[in-house]
Design a binder for this molecule. Structure first.
Ligand SMILES: Cc1cc2nc3c(=O)[nH]c(=O)nc-3n(C[C@H](O)[C@H](O)[C@H](O)COP(=O)(O)O)c2cc1C
Length: 472
């Protein structure tokens, strides 16, 4: 590892202490204890927003609008939309439903992407692309409704890789980086640019790739801790992430590394963070099973506590029935009062249902409008800045010792500061600190940290079901 171990171990100690204190605070976030004075709000994400969070992963089909909203309601810090191939969105027509506020990007026969203004401060739009220009055009198409764009560099499915997209980009770093650079150059400063990769078989090659990616000026990097050939049933190699986190911290730009792979929920995120040192954790299948997994107290008996409300909200938002049915089918959680027979009966009813009307008995008399309002209220109750678990940047800048720039993957003996001219920080970048400025990622005093949390997008070429998608 080409980094300064003593500096880094110090930072990890601080990080661990901070996260322990932070997480316990977040667990009790509904208590009325007075909060430290708030800073002025930013209306857009910064690279700090990618730290100290637990995020909803991008999921084709399973990451539909209602799921993202429930995830936010239950404490997800940021939510990624499902991967949408660049060309798919280019000719979509944007329509706003005056009743619900739902924004649909409609293709010829279906909605390519749906969103709602309430999720905009937390929404990262994921692009599948193998072309810088198309990626930029796609991002520009949805710009007004999102906070960040993410490039999918991890999907190993042939429909993605045959066109040079997804995991194919991992072995074409020139193209990968040219897409990220183009996005960073063409996006306004208030839109973050991030990437989601998989591990390469060798750690050394992974670090070389990571270095190039970070140098494009991205705001955060998600690492799905599996290689391209690994399937979701293979345990994620999360222990490999610490070396990557160390390396990125050694680069000194304060860029967050987000762990992805095998995290089950909020409690489990502590374990993952401890093992990996990651700045944040991203959850896919845990949230697919139970979108409330972001809470310190996730819903039990989802058949009663989640399914009826999810169906009502989905109907109210006119989420396509087949998509809703697919998502509800994935829900499962700890059963306390619900019997196996009750759960089985629900799934039987669902499997025979051809529309929301068939689920009336499950949904009950309430309309989804009230459930939706509840979601809106809980998202609005906690300001976006708090919701994102931000750290106090001023204290970061003034009170913490910056990590010593160390080295680069291909030239371990060349200090990073010698390569800083190569780091391109677009003018007016959203990054509060230009890459290489040495901004630390955590404060030295935990008391300087504030913030906590409250407690019809079938989009991409998706030939197969969720299990195979999990390997994206
Ligand atoms: C149903 C489903 C759809 C997925 N779609 C995407 C996607 O659109 N883009 C992406 O980068 N990864 C996608 N993935 C992969 C996840 O984001 C994540 O990397 C993977 O499931 C590992 O995380 P986990 O162990 O928490 O499930 C998908 C996974 C699942 C289960």
């Amino acid at each position: 590892m080409h980094c300064n171990p003593s500096v880094l171990s110090g930072h990890f100690k601080i990080a661990t202490q901070f996260l322990a204190s932070f997480m316990s605070r977040r667990s009790h976030s509904t208590s009325p204890s007075p909060r430290p004075q708030k800073r002025a709000k930013l209306d857009h994400l910064t690279q700090e927003d990618f730290k100290n969070g637990v995020f909803l992963a991008p999921m084709v089909r399973s990451g539909a609008l209602p799921t993202r909203l429930f995830a936010l309601k239950h404490g997800a810090t940021l939510v990624w939309g499902p991967e949408i191939v660049d060309k798919a969105i280019l000719h979509a027509t944007r329509e706003v439903d005056p009743e619900t506020g739902v924004i649909s990007y409609n293709g010829v026969s279906r909605a390519i992407f749906t969103t709602h203004p309430i999720e905009k401060p937390y929404l990262i739009y994921q692009i599948g692309s193998a072309d810088p220009e198309l990626a930029v055009q796609a991002a520009k198409t949805v710009l007004q409704d999102i906070s960040g764009v993410d490039l999918n560099c991890g999907c190993p499915k042939p429909f993605s890789t045959h066109a040079g997209m997804g995991a194919a980009l991992l072995t074409n770093p020139d193209l990968l980086c040219s897409i990220l650079s183009a996005l960073r150059k063409e996006m306004p400063p208030n839109i973050t640019v991030t990437a989601k990769i998989r591990l390469l078989p060798s750690q050394e090659d992974t670090l070389k790739l990571v270095e190039r990616i970070i140098n494009t000026g991205i705001s955060a990097l998600t690492v799905h801790c599996r290689t391209r050939n690994m399937r979701e049933k293979d345990a994620a190699l999360i222990e490999r992430l610490r070396g990557i986190v160390n390396f990125v911290e050694g680069m000194g730009g304060g860029i967050a590394v987000i762990e992805n792979g095998d995290c089950k929920g909020w409690e489990d995120a502590k374990r993952v963070q401890e093992v990996t040192g990651a700045h944040s954790v991203m959850i896919a299948r845990g949230a697919e099973s139970n979108p409330s997994c972001f809470s310190s107290n996730p819903l039990k008996d989802v058949e009663r506590t989640l399914v009826p409300s999810y169906l009502r909200v989905s109907q109210y938002l006119q989420n396509h029935w087949s998509l809703t049915k697919f998502c509800v089918n994935q829900f499962k959680g700890i059963r306390v009062e619900v019997t196996k027979a009750e759960s089985h009966e629900l799934h039987q009813t669902l499997s025979q249902a051809k529309g929301y009307g068939y689920m009336k008995d499950v949904m009950g008399p309430a309309t989804g409008k009230e459930d939706f309002q509840e979601i809106v209220n809980s998202i609005e109750e906690i300001s976006p800045r708090e919701h994102r678990m931000l750290v106090e940047e001023q204290s970061l800048a003034s009170e913490s010792a910056p990590p010593e720039p160390t080295a680069r993957a291909d030239s371990p003996n060349l200090p990073l500061r010698d390569m800083q001219d190569e780091i391109v920080t677009p003018e007016g970048t959203q990054n509060p600190e230009p890459p290489g400025s040495g901004a630390p990622f955590l404060p030295s005093e935990t008391s300087k940290v504030y913030a906590t949390i409250p407690g019809r997008d079938a989009t991409t070429p998706t030939p197969s079901g969720s299990l195979s998608l999990a390997s994206m």
